[in-house]
Design a protein around this ligand. Structure first.
Ligand SMILES: [Zn+2]
Ligand SMILES: [Zn+2]
Length: 259
């Protein structure tokens, strides 16, 4: 079985000891491909993600400005982001979006930085990787102003209801399911997964965060995406192999990875 972890943060903050062992365990678990996320106002974080992708032919990078750090993004940040988006190893712009749960940056800053990245994704033709938390309606408002690519991108770490999911599906987004789907108290998400069309589904760890059961609370790593695939297979009443195959295909399609 081969799996694609569509979203992991393989950075030094999360993995100070390096990622060699982490990648070894991922391979042993069948995780053949990973997209690492370099999302920050600090362009060194973007560069590091690209470096990791350059050093490993099975890893790609997404770069952007995270909503938490919107207040610290300057015109220099955007200048450098634009230049780095031209790297061959960059397959998406993000994660970007709105997070009104933590409110680490003021709302207006978040909206402005998100709008700028929606525009940039359109101009570069790259898919968006969306992070939207407790900001569903505001995210939709920004996205509906566009302009958007077709397909526009991925809703990462989706953990909402099937009604919210429907809004994104109608806009053409892919939906990436995190380890939260294995949690006992995730009934609304499990219900959404039940009706999510297989051809729009991705899976992710969001490593080092959000470990699935039975590792909940521990540091996450790409190898554990298999537990998310297993949970989805249970919900959909299909084989884990089917979940693996279709999510690999979908992830390569949206990131436009040819191999
Ligand atoms: Zn996120
Ligand atoms: Zn993330």
């Amino acid at each position: 079985m081969k799996l694609f972890d569509s979203h992991a943060h393989l950075d030094q903050e999360g993995f100070p000891e390096g990622i060699d062992d982490v990648l070894q365990r991922a391979h042993s678990a069948g995780v053949q491909w990973i997209t690492t996320i370099g999302s920050s106002h600090d362009t060194r974080v973007m560069r590091h993600a690209i470096d990791v992708a350059q050093a490993h032919d099975f890893i790609w990078a997404a770069i952007g400005v995270h909503p938490h750090e919107a207040k610290d993004a300057t015109s220099d940040t955007f200048g450098e982001l634009k230049a780095l988006l031209g790297s061959q190893r960059v397959v998406a712009l993000g994660e970007c979006g709105l997070d009104f749960h933590y409110m680490s940056s003021p709302r207006d800053d978040q909206v402005a930085v998100f709008q700028a990245q929606v525009r940039l994704a359109f101009d570069t033709g790259l898919p968006l990787v969306l992070h939207c938390r407790d900001a569903h309606q505001d995210c939709l408002d920004v996205l509906r102003q566009g302009p958007l690519n077709d397909p526009p991108g991925i809703v990462h770490c989706f953990s909402g209801t099937k009604e919210q999911m429907q809004d994104y599906l109608e806009m053409g987004f892919y939906i990436s399911i995190p380890g939260i789907v294995t949690f006992k108290n995730a009934a609304p998400l499990q219900e959404a997964v039940r009706v999510l069309p297989m051809d729009r589904m991705l899976i992710e760890t969001d490593s080092p965060y959000l470990s699935p059961v039975p590792f909940r609370g521990k540091r996450n790593e790409p190898a554990r995406v298999v537990y998310t695939a297993q949970a989805i297979a249970g919900i959909k009443g299909c084989n884990i192999q089917d979940v693996a195959d279709v999510t690999v295909e979908n992830t390569k399609r949206i990131y436009r990875i040819q191999e």
